[in-house]
Design a protein around this ligand. Structure first.
Ligand SMILES: Cc1cc2nc3c(=O)[nH]c(=O)nc-3n(C[C@H](O)[C@H](O)[C@H](O)COP(=O)(O)OP(=O)(O)OC[C@H]3O[C@@H](n4cnc5c(N)ncnc54)[C@H](O)[C@@H]3O)c2cc1C
Length: 229
């Protein structure tokens, strides 16, 4: 994981939407002449001739005073344009992005917030946990490669964090199934690789009988496929 801090006056009016808010990164070919000024409007006008590669990333931290945001990039071994950019990023580089998007609103009346995801979802899980109030209860499962990828996740809520380690042959679905759901009303947020999200969604809806509106599944990436848009 690489944490990249992006700052500048252009972030002065960045309007945070909280929790798992995300931005769309635009990667243009290096030789392209970008419109001036570069705004969402002018970028859109050029879309038919110059279409950037677009990738979604979570805002891990927003500081409205210093006009900074942090983005945590998984440096996955397949190295797509976004991971590649992050692996090479150095102070002074520019990042073009649009956003943020609206974000997940945890249900305050739920007895438990269940947060499940792989390392691409770790920034969102970390941000959601940070926003939960004292008195809330959250159980999070985060799949990572090995113990070195664990992070300290702060929260005022009562939290139970389980690190699911691929180096020990563990997988999110197996660990979540083995534990079962906590007792009480549960609201679940699930993100990560498409097949894993699908399997967990099926488990939560069909086997655990959670209502559809209590489960928020999102595909963050697709194994073997460059994310399209
Ligand atoms: C709302 C939202 C928020 C997201 N937030 C984050 C975030 O904060 N941090 C983050 O790292 N990712 C995040 N992602 C996931 C990220 O957008 C994708 O992983 C994206 O595909 C990475 O782009 P890339 O250019 O590096 O690789 P791509 O060009 O998209 O893919 C190239 C190859 O790499 C593989 N690949 C892509 N992502 C991964 C991965 N995570 N692990 C292993 N293999 C992979 C693909 O299957 C493909 O074979 C988020 C996605 C969404 C939809």
């Amino acid at each position: 994981m690489a944490r990249v801090t992006v700052g500048g006056e252009q972030l002065a009016d960045f309007a945070s939407t909280g929790t798992d808010q995300h931005v769309m990164l635009y990667f243009y070919p290096p030789d392209v002449r970008l419109p001036e000024p570069l705004t969402l409007e002018t970028a859109r006008q050029q879309m038919s001739s110059i279409r950037p590669i677009m990738r979604s990333y979570t805002v891990r931290r927003h500081d409205p005073v210093s006009h900074e945001i942090d983005i945590d990039f998984v440096l996955h071994s397949h190295r797509g344009p976004a991971a590649d950019w992050a692996a090479r990023a150095k102070p002074g580089d520019e990042l073009i992005f649009v956003g943020p998007s609206p974000a997940y609103q945890p249900e305050p009346a739920a007895d438990w917030q269940l947060l499940i995801g792989d390392e691409s979802a770790l920034p969102a899980i970390g941000a959601i946990l940070e926003e939960l109030p004292a008195g809330a209860r959250a159980r999070a499962y985060v799949e990572i490669e090995d113990a070195g990828e664990r992070q300290v996740l702060a929260s005022q809520a009562d939290t139970e964090i389980t690190w699911v380690r691929r180096d020990r042959g563990e997988s999110l679905e197996r660990v979540v199934r083995a534990d079962g759901l906590p007792t009480g009303s549960v609201h679940a947020w699930v993100a990560g690789e498409r097949q894993a999200v699908r399997a967990l969604r099926g488990y939560l809806l069909t086997e655990c009988g959670l209502d559809r509106h209590r489960v928020r599944p999102t595909t963050y990436w697709k194994d073997g496929t460059s994310h399209a848009g």
